[in-house]
Design a binder for this molecule. Structure first.
Ligand code: MG
Length: 253
C-alpha cells in the first residue's frame, strides 16, 4: 500500500485545530445531556448543527461523500454512520454520536457512546471497555513510538475483555482534510505501514468495539454500518496531536 506523506502541523495550524476540537467537544457534551428515552435522533442532528454554527464552526460530515446529515447517530448494533431521522431512542439503548467540525479550514472529529436510561450490565461494560481502549490508544500515541502501538494497545484491551475490534473501519490523520494519511487501525494484523510518531502529527483515534464478532455489513441505505451478528457496538473518538510528552487531546472539554 502506498502511503502519502503525513503532514506535521505548525503552531498556527494547531491553534485552529484546537478551536475545531473544542467545538466538537462542546457539541458532544450538549448532545450527551439531551439523551433520554423518547428523543428522536433528528433532534440530536438539529441541536448539533445549531450549536456548532453558533460556536463558529462548520459541520463537516454533511455532504461528505454524499452523507446526508451533520451528525452520525448509531443505535445498538449500528456501529457507525447511522443517519438521524424519526427513530426514537428507547430505555436500554446505547447510542453512538460522531461529529466533525471545521474552524478556519481545520478539522476536529470526535465520538462518544451514551446509555439511554439504564442499560444492561453488558452494554455498560462495552461502553467502559471501549472508552478505556481509546484512553490506552491515546497513551500509546507518543513521539518515538510507532503508529501500530496505538492499535496494539486498543486491541489487547478489547480482546482481554472478550469483545472484538472492528476491522473494516479505522482512525485517520486529520487536519486540513477530515481524512489524511496515515490510517490509524485499532488492531495490528495485516498492517505493514508503521512509521514513528513525531510531534505535530494530528490523529483521530477511534476504536469501534463489538460485543460479538468483528464482522460488519452496510445497510441498504448505503451508510449505516451494523454488526453482522446483531451484537451491540460502541465507538469513542478523539482528535489528538503528538507532542514531546503526553498527547494533547483536542476534542475534550
Ligand atoms: Mg473519525
Amino acid at each position: 500500500m502506498v502511503e502519502k506523506r503525513i503532514v506535521l502541523k505548525s503552531a498556527t495550524e494547531l491553534a485552529k485545530m484546537r478551536r475545531a476540537g473544542r467545538i466538537v467537544a462542546e457539541v458532544l457534551a450538549a448532545l450527551r445531556e439531551m439523551i433520554r428515552p423518547g428523543l428522536t435522533t433528528a433532534a440530536l442532528e438539529a441541536r448539533a448543527v445549531e450549536l456548532a454554527t453558533r460556536l463558529g464552526g462548520i459541520p463537516s460530515f454533511k455532504g461528505y461523500n454524499g452523507f446526508p446529515a451533520a451528525l452520525c447517530v448509531s443505535v445498538n448494533d449500528e456501529v457507525v454512520h447511522g443517519i438521524p431521522g424519526s427513530r426514537r431512542l428507547l430505555e436500554g439503548d446505547i447510542v453512538s454520536l460522531d461529529f466533525g467540525a471545521i474552524y478556519e479550514g481545520y478539522h476536529g472529529d470526535g465520538a462518544i457512546t451514551v446509555p439511554v436510561g439504564s442499560v444492561s450490565a453488558e452494554a455498560a461494560r462495552l461502553l467502559r471497555v471501549t472508552e478505556e481502549a481509546l484512553a490506552l490508544g491515546i497513551a500509546a500515541a507518543r513521539e518515538g513510538n510507532r503508529l501500530l502501538a496505538i492499535g496494539r494497545a486498543i486491541q489487547e484491551h478489547v480482546e482481554a475483555a472478550g469483545f472484538s475490534v472492528v476491522r473494516d473501519l479505522v482512525g485517520h490523520g486529520i487536519g486540513r482534510a477530515m481524512h489524511e494519511p496515515p490510517q490509524v487501525p485499532n488492531y495490528v494484523a495485516g498492517f505493514t505501514y508503521n512509521p514513528r510518531l513525531r510531534r505535530g502529527m494530528t490523529l483521530a483515534i477511534e476504536p469501534m468495539v463489538n460485543v460479538g464478532g468483528f464482522e460488519v455489513r452496510t445497510l441498504l441505505d448505503g451508510w449505516t454500518v451494523v454488526t453482522k451478528d446483531g451484537s451491540l457496538s460502541a465507538h469513542f473518538e478523539h482528535t489528538v496531536v503528538i507532542t514531546e510528552g503526553e498527547p494533547e487531546i483536542m476534542t475534550r472539554l
